[in-house]
Ligand binder design. Structure first.
Ligand SMILES: Nc1nc2c(ncn2[C@@H]2O[C@H](COP(=O)(O)OP(=O)(O)OP(=O)(O)O)[C@@H](O)[C@H]2O)c(=O)[nH]1
Ligand SMILES: [Mg+2]
Length: 460
């Protein structure tokens, strides 16, 4: 980290301004080489956190490149804790890239994706969960997600878990002391006391784990896939839900050959809805590829709307999709379409196949009957407000570690109930405290850090 990095921090197109960010020990001296202040100020000696008007000038030939405002911020009170200069250029491709070129020629290195935030982490300004929340904040898909993530960026979301670490370490010390001086074959404290703590800790961790899915929807949106046999009315339902003519509908089976995507907001959450090619007798290469794509999209769904034609008994193609969907172990909403016609499907066999907790709605894409029920059930059953109310947003990495913490707590409970003070209990406590440190990023590996930060955009 002894080199100086630079990147364009805003998206490049046509905009009022565009910002080039420079961070590192030479940030100020690089700026000094390129910047001509109107009042002939020396950037190396201006006070920190000040803004200066002037021009970026090519030092080789004195040519003016752009009219800019230059922000000078000396470490450690900066995003990276290093010296930072931000050049506010005009927001076109040419002024931005030309200025960046000069910055690089003057001694900076082009930053990797996420490298500014990585430095903020490595320099101890933020912990890993805060850094991760920065990525999610940039891509967040709902206003609720924004509130949750700002909370994490500020460092509040995991405070209760970090507080738990202190308690865990106190107990660990106490237990290790007992093992070092075993006067007795039983604990010097009441096991009930520790069990009560374990219970409390488990409840806390469960609150986080239970928030994972809904907070994921808030941050990334929900992927809703409409699947089923050919000609059952998938595209008609897609259009009804969206209230627009998005997919092509015909009476010919195999009309939809590719995945058609659109989106809508339910409870302020982005729902990405995907219409797929129906399963049936494959007549050509196009349909075969369509079905392959349907299978692929089904495997990525958060919720599958599985559509049947209510006017026909189930046939082998329905069964094929049913098997495929059940095998995925995904959330499913069963839609029996064409309720305006005579119903010949046996809905009992569907319920038997998917279990009675899987919701089933009778709908008609032709008359619009039941369409409101689809969106209501999705909103009520799958998009709950819990994480927003609790202020919790957790990502997949954090969920993985929290699940391990949960397991470790269960294992500890069992060991304590078994009674004897032994080394295993101490070992489990050590594991617990290690896991919490991993969560916060006190323990990390190069690979993990690379994996996390490469998801960032350049300039962040
Ligand atoms: N009576 C009636 N007909 C419907 C209903 N929904 C769809 N249809 C008709 O069923 C046929 C197929 O509809 P689509 O929406 O194209 O069906 P699909 O499942 O997308 O078909 P593929 O794309 O071929 O897999 C069309 O003729 C629709 O008009 C309904 O609720 N009632
Ligand atoms: Mg279709």
């Amino acid at each position: 980290m002894d080199d100086t990095i630079a990147a364009i921090a805003t998206s490049v197109g046509q905009s009022a301004i565009g910002i080039i960010k420079i961070s590192g020990p030479s940030a100020l001296s690089i700026a000094q080489k390129l910047f001509r202040s109107r009042k002939n100020k020396n950037i190396l000696s201006v006070p920190s956190h000040t803004l200066h008007y002037g021009f970026i000038v090519n030092p080789k030939n004195g040519q003016k490149i752009d009219e800019v405002l230059l922000a000078v911020m000396r470490g450690p009170h900066t995003y990276t804790r290093e010296d930072v200069v931000e050049i506010n250029c005009h927001g076109g491709r040419i002024p931005l890239y030309k200025t960046l070129d000069l910055v690089l020629e003057a001694g900076a290195r082009l930053a990797e994706p996420g490298e500014f935030t990585k430095r903020a982490f490595l320099n101890g300004r933020v912990d890993l969960t805060q850094a991760e929340a920065v990525i999610d904040l940039i891509t967040a898909q709902s206003e609720q997600a924004l509130h949750l993530l700002v909370n994490t960026v500020e460092g509040n979301t995991f405070k209760p878990i970090y507080a738990l670490q202190k308690e865990v370490e106190d107990w660990q010390a106490r237990i290790e002391a007992e093992l070092n001086f075993p006067q007795d074959l039983s604990w010097s404290f009441q096991p009930q006391e520790l069990l009560a703590h374990l219970d409390q800790w488990t409840k806390l961790v469960d609150t986080y784990l239970n928030s994972y899915e809904s907070s994921k929807f808030l941050i990334e949106g929900m992927k809703l896939v409409i699947a089923g046999k050919a000609n059952v009315g998938k595209s008609s339902l897609m259009n009804q839900i969206l209230q627009k003519e998005r997919s092509i509908i015909t009476s010919i089976p195999g009309t939809t050959t590719d995945v058609i995507e659109d989106s809508l907001y339910l409870k302020g959450i982005l729902v990405r809805i995907m219409d797929t090619a129906g399963f049936g007798k494959v007549k050509n290469e196009i349909e075969r590829e369509g079905i392959r794509r349907s299978q692929q999209i089904i495997s990525q769904a958060d919720l599958i709307l599985l559509v049947f034609d209510g006017s026909q008994p189930l046939d082998e193609h329905d069964l094929l999709v049913m098997d495929l969907v059940r095998g995925q172990q995904k959330k499913v909403l069963l839609l029996v379409n064409k309720s305006d016609l005579d119903i010949r499907i046996k809905t009992e066999s569907l319920i038997e196949f998917f279990g009675s907790s899987t919701p089933l709605i009778s709908v008609s894409a032709l008359t619009g009957e039941g369409i409101c029920d689809i969106t209501r059930i999705i909103a009520d059953r799958y998009l709950d407000d819990q994480p927003a109310n609790l202020g919790l947003a957790i990502n997949l990495r954090q969920k993985g570690i929290l699940a391990e913490i949960r397991q470790s707590l269960t294992a500890l409970g069992e060991l304590i109930r078994d009674g004897q003070p032994d080394d295993q209990v101490a070992e489990e406590f050590r594991l617990l405290s290690r896991l919490i440190r991993q969560l916060r990023g006190d323990l990390w590996s190069e690979d993990l850090i690379d994996q996390i930060f490469e998801k960032f955009c350049i300039g962040k």
